[in-house]
Design a protein around this ligand. Structure first.
Ligand code: SF4
Length: 434
């Protein structure tokens, strides 16, 4: 049984009201522990982890050695040449488990927690996802709030999150969940099948993993995504994209859509303000955009004086155009003071307009503004003839000329992404429209 809570801020920082909270592939290098040990994991066992190697100075045969013969009570221990004395035999060095979900690669001994707080090493020596099956609450949101503007416009999503995060954004607008260091906010127990069923019964066409970054509960998100697909409900990820390559490849293969933060285009800014690395996020964006059947949109929260200068915006938009394509929608959203950045002013609307113009000048075809009331910045225009195709008022769709009457088809063979044609000029508008 799941209970719908009051709407919780989206983790990207998209505001529902002017004062609301803003939204803001690969060969495995190391086998999973579960595979190497033959253990059949319970659902909470981390699917991306490996055991650390013994120190280089250690005798390489020691680690693979069979148990000490002192197990046979009559044999002396060859290592010590002493009479059987199990309690004094040197204990093999403790090898920790290494989490391979995100680039932090936390090395954890039993009892230790990762930097995200919600993944820990248990007594079995394996890293578990401790928030599997528990949630901070559920809400029904318009899909535009994620934000996704080219994915089933006007539909609703059942949104949920857990706790913890692998980023450390100083401006986090969901910090009560992302920075949680207790389970106090996790009150709802729900299996993947429960969530899919709840979404379907409420008429939600999607389930959105949001509020905190689904990367830290990736096993729960993937199982829920599979359950959703079985019910005809679309799984959607809202994420900062700070993920290791193999995990990202696995994760996006299960998603139908994603909104990924591209928080800026300066490595120094990323390290200082988010505690993560731009290069890793860019790689995740490339992986997500290449994942068959996953529609991707990007969001940049513009923070005055930090990531809003012309040069950085030109560089970001040029990268998007050159690496994942000009059809990937980009959302510029407005910052408002929160968490550890209370001393930074809100983003002026003019900044969003300037950023949008720069993006269009760099060749991006679908650029939006968010967290402000901006008729032009919230409308989907035909990039060929300029016709308004989907008009929005905040998160409400007031005109949709694509979902109903457009000509639909498959954009290209390797993806389920559709296109709809502009009714005025026939231009193909990519997205998932019905
Ligand atoms: S997901 Fe958590 S435990 Fe795993 S590497 Fe990242 S911060 Fe560490």
């Amino acid at each position: 049984m799941i209970h719908q809570n009051n709407p919780t801020p989206d983790n990207q920082g998209t505001a529902q009201t002017p004062h609301g909270i803003s939204n803001n592939r690969g060969i495995p290098e190391t086998p999973q522990i579960a595979e190497t040990t033959g253990v059949i994991p319970d659902p909470t066992v981390g699917r991306w982890q490996h055991r650390e190697k013994p120190a280089a100075t250690a005798d390489p045969t020691a680690a693979a050695a069979p148990p000490c013969p002192t197990a046979a009570p009559t044999a002396p221990c060859p290592a010590t040449d002493l009479a059987p004395a199990p309690s004094t035999h040197p204990t093999p060095p403790l090898l920790r488990a290494i989490c391979d979900v995100c680039p932090r690669h936390c090395r954890l001994a039993p009892g230790q927690r990762g930097a995200c707080f919600v993944r820990s090493c248990h007594d079995d020596g394996l890293i578990h996802c401790d928030t599997y099956g528990v949630s901070s609450g559920f809400a029904i949101d318009p899909i535009e709030k994620k934000p996704l503007n080219h994915f089933l416009p006007g539909s609703t999503a059942l949104s949920f999150g857990t706790a913890g995060c692998n980023s450390a954004c100083r401006f986090c607008q969901n910090w009560e969940l992302s920075a949680a260091r207790s389970w106090a906010r996790l009150g709802s127990h729900a299996s993947p099948a429960d969530i899919a069923s709840a979404a379907a019964s409420r008429g939600a066409r999607s389930v959105a993993f949001t509020y905190n970054d689904p990367i830290v509960f990736a096993e729960y998100a993937i199982d829920t995504a599979d359950a959703c697909r079985e019910r005809g409900v679309h799984p959607v990820a809202v994420t900062a994209g700070y993920m290791a390559e193999r995990a990202a490849t696995d994760f996006y293969a299960h998603m139908d859509a994603a909104n990924i933060d591209l928080k800026g285009f300066d490595e120094s800014f990323y390290r200082r303000v988010t505690g993560t690395r731009l290069g890793d996020v860019l790689r995740t964006i490339e992986i997500a955009c290449a994942a068959p059947g996953c529609w991707v949109e990007l969001t940049t929260l513009l923070i005055p004086g930090f990531n809003d200068d012309d040069a950085q915006l030109h560089a970001e938009c040029a990268w998007i155009r050159d690496h994942v394509g000009r059809d990937v929608p980009l959302h510029f959203s407005a910052f408002h003071p929160d968490f550890r950045m209370m001393d930074v002013p809100p983003t002026p609307p003019d900044t969003l307009t300037r950023a949008r113009r720069i993006a269009i000048s760099e060749g991006l075809r679908f650029v939006y503004t968010g967290n402000v009331r901006d008729a032009e910045g919230s409308t989907t225009f035909c990039p060929a003839c300029g016709e308004a195709l989907v008009v929005r008022d905040w998160f409400r769709v007031t005109l949709d000329r694509l979902s109903g009457g457009g000509i639909h088809g498959i954009l290209h063979d390797s993806t389920a992404v559709q296109y709809a044609r502009c009714p005025s000029c026939g231009e193909a508008i990519p997205g998932v429209w019905r």
